[in-house]
Write a new protein. Structure first.
Length: 340
């Protein structure tokens, strides 16, 4: 009984009333977006190839609806978009199957994903995003009012044509990078053309990192130093937590629209932290997760022994769920890391 009461109490205080769809929620960026969105009170659905919670012990990610599916399939995306208020596109890969470097994704991908046989930049980035944009436009028509927020994780290098020496740098870039940027720019252009129905928010991070990304940690000081010195075609790196907070803040804030570079992302993340719900919702998430598990256990304990015997199992001891048991929550303070 105590378990059910605490589940109801937690839900009544932290029950999300807004629905968010994240394409690529199991990825390095996507899972952090999902985590932050849950903390901000959103009911989150993730669509990805795997459709499995990447961090089973995370109270926040345990609240996400993990859907396995193909984002290149128009109908799949339409069905999921039909029930949400905002969308985030966080699908991407650095090396596609045509780059000849696809196996390196095991190292450079924060989620360790490897591209399939049809995983080209055009298919994975452009086609999935176009499907999302099309479905979001239809969602706008069905709502009849207000633009639907749609956030897209692009790349800083997509803005090279607009910065000094950027076009010259791109001329000598490898062919795979040119194709990568072409797909990103195609999505950006499509988003801008749909701005009457959607509110496009385009994030252009350079290197995205956290302390587990050993492949990029050595070059982060180099990027940051060049950016600080004013090299126009190099942007300061962005921590994945900063990017995720900026994305959710972009969903939340109707005034946010268009391209967001590292400075805007940092400002959005600061605004998100200023509006953080504080420690109580985090406690409630942990209580809710614990309570649900104990509630299920309590229900099993109260099943009549005859029914248990019929299922071929031994009778279980009938006990009670204590409040102290519900509050035995493992605290995991968020890591405080120095910016490089």
């Amino acid at each position: 009984m105590a378990a059910h009461l605490l589940v109801m109490a937690a839900a009544s205080i932290s029950s999300p009333s807004r629905n968010l769809l994240v394409l690529g929620g199991t990825g390095f960026v996507g899972r952090e977006v999902c985590r932050n969105a849950v903390q901000r009170g959103y009911s989150v659905t993730s669509l990805s190839r795997r459709g499995v919670n990447p961090e089973a012990d995370s109270p926040e990610l345990s609240q996400v609806n993990w859907v396995a599916g193909d984002a290149t399939d128009t109908d799949t995306v339409k069905e999921l978009v039909s029930g949400v208020d905002a969308c985030v596109h966080a699908i991407g890969l650095l090396f596609d199957v045509e780059s000849g470097l696809g196996n390196l994704n095991v190292i450079v991908s924060g989620s360790g994903s490897v591209p399939g046989e049809e995983s080209t930049y055009d298919r994975i980035t452009r086609q999935t995003a176009f499907n999302l944009i099309s479905a979001t436009r239809e969602r706008h028509a069905s709502l009849g009012s207000g633009r639907v927020p749609l956030c897209f994780v692009s790349a800083a290098e997509a803005g090279w044509p607009d910065v000094q020496l950027g076009p010259e740098v791109e001329k000598v870039a490898p062919e795979w990078l040119k194709k990568y940027l072409a797909a990103k720019r195609a999505v950006e252009a499509e988003l801008k053309s749909a701005s009457g129905e959607v509110r496009p928010v385009i994030y252009r991070p350079s290197l995205i990192w956290d302390w587990t990304k050993l492949d990029v940690l050595p070059v982060i000081p180099v990027f940051n130093a060049l950016s600080a010195l004013g090299v126009p075609f190099v942007d300061k790196t962005v921590r994945v937590e900063t990017l995720a907070k900026a994305v959710v803040q972009g969903v939340e804030d109707d005034s946010v629209e268009g391209v967001q570079r590292f400075g805007e992302m940092e400002q959005l993340a600061q605004r998100a932290e200023a509006h953080s719900p504080g420690i109580l919702p985090h406690l409630l998430l942990r209580v809710q997760t614990k309570a649900r598990a104990l509630a299920v256990d309590a229900e099993l304990q109260h099943v009549p022994s005859a029914e248990i015997d019929a299922a071929g199992s031994s009778p279980r001891h009938v006990g009670h769920v204590s409040l102290s048991g519900l509050l035995q929550i493992e605290w995991r303070p968020r890591r405080t890391c120095l910016n490089i």
